[in-house]
Design a protein around this ligand. Structure first.
Ligand code: SF4
Length: 395
């Protein structure tokens, strides 16, 4: 019989396979020359168990997260998953009060500031969801925990369960796993894309849009997220980004996690090759273009197989095709047009708009003083009607 700590250690190792994994930027070439650098999460070299994951916050700080599952037992048989039914490995389970208590002790000891909690499915999605909600309620009500809590929604969860989960979480997510039913059938032959996965996400969006957050623990609805497995079902980037656009623009998701497939031994997919992490990274960059930069999935440049090119960031690829012969006038372009220029991110666009209210931008030196790299922008812009290449010597 394993004690509580042994079970938590096992569950935490297993949860490493769960979604919510941001890219490992050490594998990405030419990152410094890109406007779009997705945030990262990482594990520090540490001998502490359970393992703690560190995620960068939007304000620049970082948060230490306990990332775990309530149980690594699962009655489903998804073809890629470490937890799939019948796979031979050492499984563990914790009760809601056990997990809440041990996490509370970790927060008091300063080991972990936030919790990411998921689960294998045991006794159906509804019953498993109840256990996740029980754990979160114990934390919020008994231990008065006010910190970050990312709670998974199980396939097939009911509307009322989703609303309750949203009242006590900082973020909820439902793993779509694939961009559509066809691709999901290859990954998880017994899951229904529309009914079990997409519908709960749509309900969560409906709750956010139509209901007042007065009964939530911090008087606002949590953010919504999902995760897609990349490279195991012959899906292409075009269909992933088509679904991503729907999730951002119609359902208001804050984040889509793209998870490059890695084969797990003793699963039906154990002999499939791992997906190139650069593909995962390009998808993150493209998704930021959809979410923050006003692009649609149709705007982006694809190879003949429907994938984004791996050797160039998607914004640069778009600009090479569209702006070389139609450069953008820096002194009259609106924010959306400025954001389409490689080398100009959100801060750069705002700086240009602010400065040119006083005086027009005259040369590349003016842009340089705003923190914008002249060499990156110069092929794609006009300054007062002229291409600035000949002005390089002026700054
Ligand atoms: S439902 Fe599928 S993906 Fe989720 S834990 Fe079970 S086997 Fe893994």
């Amino acid at each position: 019989m394993m004690d509580l700590e042994q079970r938590l250690n096992l569950l935490t190792q297993d949860a490493g396979y769960e979604g919510d994994q941001l890219p490992n930027v050490s594998t990405i070439p030419n990152l410094e020359s890109s406007d779009i650098k997705p945030p990262v999460c990482f594990k520090k070299d540490s001998k502490t168990v359970p393992e703690i994951t560190y995620a960068k916050k939007s304000n620049g700080g970082q948060i230490s997260l306990l990332k775990t599952v309530l149980t690594s037992a699962c009655e489903k048989d998804c073809n890629y998953c470490v937890f799939r039914a019948g796979r031979d490995f050492r499984r563990a389970t914790m009760k809601p009060d056990e997990l809440a208590s041990i996490f509370h002790n970790m927060t008091v000891a300063g080991i972990s500031e936030g919790l990411f909690l998921s689960s294998g499915i045991a006794g159906g999605g509804i019953r498993t969801q109840d256990k996740l909600i029980d754990t979160a309620e114990i934390l919020r009500l008994k231990y008065q925990y006010r910190g970050y809590l990312h709670l998974k929604i199980m396939p097939g969860a009911e509307f009322d369960q989703i609303e309750r989960a949203m009242q006590i979480s900082s973020r909820v997510s439902i793993n779509l796993e694939a961009p559509n039913q066809l691709r999901l059938s290859a990954l998880a032959p017994h899951k229904d894309f529309s009914e079990e996965l997409l519908k709960p996400l749509q309900w969560a969006a409906e709750i956010r849009n139509k209901k007042s957050p007065t009964r939530t623990f911090d008087h606002r609805w949590p953010s919504l997220a999902t995760q897609l497995v990349v490279g195991a079902s012959h899906e292409n980037d075009h269909e992933i980004l088509q679904t991503s656009q729907y999730l951002f623009s119609t359902l208001g998701l804050s984040r889509i996690y793209y998870s490059a497939f890695t084969p797990v031994i003793d699963t039906p997919f154990e002999n499939l090759p791992p997906e190139n992490p650069i593909r995962e990274f390009r998808l993150y960059q493209a998704s930021f273009l959809l979410r923050n930069y006003g692009y649609t999935y149709k705007d982006l440049i694809y190879e003949s197989n429907g994938h984004l090119p791996l050797d160039i960031d998607p914004k640069q690829a778009w600009a090479k095709q569209n702006l070389f012969n139609a450069p953008i006038e820096i002194n009259s372009a609106d924010q959306s047009s400025l954001l389409h220029i490689p080398g100009i991110g959100v801060k750069g666009a705002q700086a240009i708009l602010r400065v040119r209210r006083q005086n027009p931008i005259k040369n590349l030196g003016d842009l340089h003083r705003l923190g914008i790299n002249p060499e990156r922008v110069s092929p794609y812009i006009l300054l007062n009607g002229r291409r600035p290449l000949q002005q390089l010597s002026l700054w």
